[in-house]
Write a protein that binds this ligand. Structure first.
Ligand SMILES: [Fe+2]
Length: 580
């Protein structure tokens, strides 16, 4: 069994050569194809021979004997490499297996994935064995090695220590370090972080930055310290600055930062003619944003905004592969590569009619092929959350002087709580709601208030959070207690309660952050959740990310964390967590 294309056995390699010599038959031939050669940027005519999961020949010849070979005539069609999503967080309500198979239906056959959730849910041995399972999917699944949790944990060292980080970096399915949300500490002199970056580079693996709003000076310093790529540009000028310094730049089209159209307009206006160091990413949005696919959607925008076709397809495939030193395995239609191929009706229509992933049909003539789930979550002890403790009235004591006020989906600023929040119900106040972050093991809690979430809502309970702890938001304590009761019954998820009634729930039966429910059902549940929240006064568009990032210290200005309420810029705890 190949390891993401890195190590076919000698016997298999000899067999592939025999196919070219006509001594063995290919398993599939795509005949009369017009394909994009990403190396010469030309559309060429060829017959493409595939043996199991590998492309073995691209050229004018056909096998002498076509009997017993699947031959698909591609006359009039256009073939491009399977698309690569270079920056995926495949844990937002759905799970990585479902997301991968969903992505593949739309032509994205490789995902480069965040490993953070494995850090929280699994020990290293189990995590590496789940990576092995993911190699069996038709989609190529590669992973990052994170250097920090992007929140303030009470025991960060347990998750991020040198031996563990180094073994993650050395793993063959891990292709980059980062994303580096903890870069302020790197600039402040964190030499351990610098050591990890250098080790990643020594292993030939690039380091993904996370540098929103960084000045030219900061970008320069981060380059000196070894950061290779960044996907946080919000203007064309920021893209150009990064390109000029030799960064690989991800143009983002995410639920909270759908900047791609504007970025393309601005880089074209700035006269950019070389697109070799550009990629595109959806940056791990919740399911609804991916309903029509991933890179095919980005490609449609890129093409519509005037990126030359050959360059657009390279941005969605080869450029990412080359940056990650995976170009001998994926990202092109050429001998030796894994057979990830999209068949298009028109050159300018990036939504494939057929998708081949590791030589298997995921979509054939617009028909999705049935694919059984192979990840056995129970084997990894990933299942519903169990709570051997209770939440009661005593935990709902609120007297904090400072609360959190939402500025947009994910930015939160501090505010002085000037109303009495020691009451049972906050309906009479100026939009304040109780906010409680509770340890998943029930050992500690942080009580404060929030403004601007969904001010009229009774209660929301969620195990979906940056650290896996529980979030409660609401104006009514009885509703909060009911939301807890229901959350406990379903073993984790997101539960919305109002005036004593459960209105909607999304069970997250895989560790409280992911669901086994199929992605199409999740999309409609997410939509329902948003509709209800909007009805209760939520004015932004991505509540899933609002919940995730309430504890995320890579964003301004104030966050509720395991350590307490934190002023992010000064890394100062305004008031600490209370032990229960
Ligand atoms: Fe990201």
């Amino acid at each position: 069994m190949m390891e993401n294309g890195l190590n076919w056995r000698n016997r298999e390699l000899r067999q592939h050569v025999k196919v070219v010599d006509g001594l063995e038959a290919p398993t599939l031939v795509l005949s009369n194809a017009t394909y994009l050669n990403v190396y010469t940027k030309q559309w060429l005519e060829a017959n493409i021979w595939i043996f199991d999961e590998r492309i073995v020949y691209v050229g004018a010849k056909l096998p002498d004997d076509l009997a017993n070979i699947e031959v698909v005539d591609c006359t009039g069609k256009y073939l491009v490499p399977g698309y690569i999503e270079p920056h995926s967080h495949p844990f937002q309500l759905s799970n990585p297996e479902d997301i991968a198979l969903h992505a593949a239906k739309f032509g994205t056959t490789t995902l480069i994935n965040d490993n953070l959730t494995w850090n929280f849910l699994l020990d290293k041995k189990k995590a590496f064995s789940i990576l092995d399972e993911f190699r069996k999917l038709p989609v190529s699944m590669y992973w990052w090695a994170r250097f920090d949790s992007q929140t303030a944990l009470q025991d960060e060292e347990q998750y991020f220590n040198t031996p563990d980080v180094l073994s993650w970096l050395s793993h063959p399915s891990v292709v980059q370090g980062g994303e580096l949300t903890g870069w302020p500490s790197l600039l402040d002199g964190n030499d351990r972080l610098l050591y990890w970056i250098q080790e990643a580079k020594r292993l030939g693996k690039p380091v993904e930055g996370h540098l929103p709003g960084a000045s030219v000076k900061t970008l320069t310093k981060m380059k000196l310290l070894g950061v290779s790529a960044d996907h946080e540009s919000m203007t064309g000028e920021e893209v150009m600055n990064r390109l000029q310094m030799g960064y690989s730049v991800g143009l983002r089209y995410s639920s909270i930062r759908p900047d791609l159209p504007k970025l393309i307009e601005e880089i074209l206006e700035a006269g950019l003619e070389s697109f070799d160091n550009l990629t595109m990413t959806m940056d791990g949005p919740p399911p609804e944003f991916m309903k029509d696919g991933i890179m095919n959607v980005c490609l449609e925008i890129a093409i519509e905004k005037g990126i030359p076709l050959e360059e657009a397809y390279r941005m969605a495939s080869y450029n990412a592969a080359r940056h990650l030193h995976l170009d001998e395995q994926i990202g092109s239609i050429a001998p030796g590569r894994i057979a990830h191929i999209n068949i298009l009706k028109e050159k300018s229509n990036p939504h494939p009619e057929s998708v081949l992933a590791k030589g298997q049909w995921v979509v054939k003539n617009s028909e999705h092929q049935v694919y059984e789930s192979i990840i056995d979550w129970k084997q990894f002890n990933i299942g519903p959350m169990e709570f051997d403790w209770h939440l009661d009235e005593g935990d709902l004591q609120f007297s904090a002087p400072v609360g959190m006020e939402m500025v947009n989906n994910v930015i939160v600023k501090p505010y002085t709580i000037d109303t009495d929040i020691s009451v049972e119900d906050l309906s009479a106040t100026n939009g304040d709601q109780f906010l409680l972050l509770l340890d998943k093991k029930g050992k500690w809690r942080v009580n404060t208030a929030i403004r601007g979430f969904a001010p009229k809502l009774g209660a929301l309970a969620s195990t979906f959070s940056a650290s896996g702890d529980l979030i409660f938001i609401g104006k009514n304590k009885k509703d909060i207690l009911l939301s807890w009761k229901r959350l406990k019954e379903i073993g984790g998820g997101i539960v919305l309660v109002h005036e004593g009634k459960v209105l909607v729930e999304i069970p997250l039966d895989l560790g409280g952050t992911m669901s086994e429910i199929k992605i199409d059902t999740l999309i409609s549940k997410e939509r329902k959740l948003k509709e209800y929240l909007k009805g209760f006064g939520y004015v932004f568009n991505d509540p899933v990310y609002s919940l995730l990032f309430l504890s995320a210290i890579h964003l301004p200005f104030i966050r509720v964390t395991q350590q307490g309420l934190m002023d992010v810029k000064n890394r100062e705890i305004l008031f600490p967590a209370t032990m229960r």
